[in-house]
Design a protein around this ligand. Structure first.
Ligand code: GAP
Length: 462
């Protein structure tokens, strides 16, 4: 597997991810997604939403506000308990997470002058309205889950869903992490995709295991992540969040080691109970069949898109040695003419072997000669025809070899090359066909111009 620096460099060079407010020196834990990054992020969201909402009878979606009544966060326990242990070095005043330290020495200055840990609350605070006093304090949500819990009754009343059923949400979350790092792995602003799945008390263990397997299958099948790079781990009791009676973590083998990419927590009725008590509004479910009123238990599969983004890129990145032909310099032929030759040489090819569904651009249309009006015109027309069907782009900014390399590196599954034979009727080899090149096999096939759209749709499985 490649190292983090190689991936960071590719993300910046190709326009996936930029440092937030880079021209001002950036700001730790915040990132901007460039033209390719936003497409990939949207494709990840789409794949998740389809699998957990649109393909299922027992799930619905929701989109709730980032800022909620601050009592939500008091009731949920986040104001009191959403904290990490912080230690500060007396010498250099750098701050660290106590549970991440590997020795008693300060990782920055090396001195043995770390102070006793204290709890640091990670909620971001702000003020609502024009008066900045304690009564106006509000919080940026640290998880999207609470927007689902406080809407449990609204959704259940309006959809008439019977348990077991779940509510899914995709949205921004904010945590004032003590330490950020490993590129976009640990951020202060990120996107979560969360499910709260409501079950009858007593059925939670069975559903916990079902969701663990379901989610693992999604990583492997919907995203195409290699099984050997994924594993599930049950957390020790001492590591559980304040609301959890048991949590499975799905982990990916990153260059920095196995790390959590998704948590599947068994949250009991903790949240619904706390919100019922604090708001004075019953959040009980009425079971038509047994005529019982009760608070459902909850299974919560929760993941961050940024970590998923990293997994997808690491898993797709491949370097290969390929044979490329290169023009040799002019030399004299037997008859004394200056001739150019062709020589095969080995070269490194970087390809992001993303699944077709995740690839930001599905097809790149490349004219072989940008100074031939007929070729350019045909390539542009093809691009315009494809665009309503799929993200496609036209590029004539370099030689064909460089254009292929660029598309391989951003994961474009197909390149369509327009040449003299495709476009110029006076060319003796004119066939009205273009070349479709497959990113993974590098195979090239000739296809009639009027069939390109259909062939690509079939190849992409769209
Ligand atoms: N509602 C439950 C919850 O938020 P969590 O384990 O704190 O649980 C769930 O977070 C997921 O959100 C993690 O598995 C991770 O993918 C993502 N996540 C958490 N903190 C993050 C951070 N600081 N930066 C990026 N992603 C984060």
């Amino acid at each position: 597997m490649i190292d983090m620096d190689t991936l960071v460099s590719l993300c910046k060079r190709r326009g996936f991810i930029f440092q937030s407010s880079e021209i001002y020196g950036g700001i730790g834990g915040f990132w901007d997604y460039g033209p390719l990054g936003v497409e990939l992020k949207n494709n990840i969201k789409r794949a998740w939403w389809k699998a957990v909402v649109q393909d299922r009878e027992d799930m619905v979606g929701i989109d709730t506000a980032i800022i909620m009544n601050p009592n939500v966060w008091r009731a949920s326990g986040h104001v009191a308990e959403f904290s990490d242990p912080l230690v500060e070095c007396k010498t250099c005043h750098f701050r660290f997470r106590a549970d991440m330290l590997k020795s008693e020495n300060c990782p920055n200055c090396g001195n043995k002058t770390l102070m006793e840990p204290r709890q640091f609350n990670m909620l971001f605070r702000t003020f609502v309205g024009s008066v900045e006093d304690d009564a106006a304090v509000a919080y940026l949500r640290p998880e999207t889950a609470q927007g689902i819990f406080v809407n449990f009754k609204n959704v259940q009343d309006t959809t008439r869903k019977k348990i077991p059923f779940g509510i899914a949400q995709i949205g921004r979350a904010f945590r004032n992490e003590i330490v950020t790092g490993n590129f976009i792995f640990r951020d202060r602003e990120f996107d979560q995709m969360e499910i709260e799945y409501f079950v009858k008390p007593g059925a939670e263990d069975e559903w916990h295991a079902r969701w663990r397997d379901d989610r693992m299958n999604w990583w492997k099948n919907a995203l195409g992540i290699r099984a050997e790079n994924l594993r599930v781990r049950a957390l020790d009791k001492k590591d559980l969040a304040h609301y959890s009676k048991g949590t499975f973590e799905i982990e990916y083998q990153f260059p920095m080691g196995w790390s959590e990419v998704e948590g599947i927590a068994s949250r009991t009725d903790y949240d619904l109970k706390r919100h019922s008590e604090a708001s004075g509004k019953s959040l009980e479910y009425f079971d038509d069949e047994t005529k019982e009123h009760f608070l459902p238990y909850v299974i919560e599969p929760s993941m961050g898109i940024e970590r998923c983004f990293l997994v997808v890129l690491f898993d797709a990145y491949q370097e290969e040695q390929v044979r490329a032909s290169a023009r040799t310099p002019l030399s004299k032929s037997d008859s004394g003419e200056n001739v150019e030759g062709e020589r095969a040489r080995e070269e490194k090819r970087v390809a992001l072997k993303l699944s077709h569904a995740l690839a930001p651009i599905k097809a790149a249309i490349l004219p072989l000669a940008r100074n031939r009006a007929e070729i350019v015109e045909l390539a542009r027309k093809l691009t315009a025809d494809l665009k309503p069907m799929m993200p496609a782009l036209y590029d004539d900014s370099a030689s064909i070899g460089r254009l292929y390399r660029r598309q391989d590196e951003i994961g474009t599954p197909f390149c369509v090359t327009v040449d003299h034979q495709s476009a110029i009727a006076s060319d003796e080899k004119y066939d009205g066909k273009v070349t479709i090149r497959d990113r993974d096999s590098m195979e090239q096939v000739r296809v009639s111009v009027d069939q390109v759209k259909q062939v690509l749709i079939e190849k992409l499985g769209a």
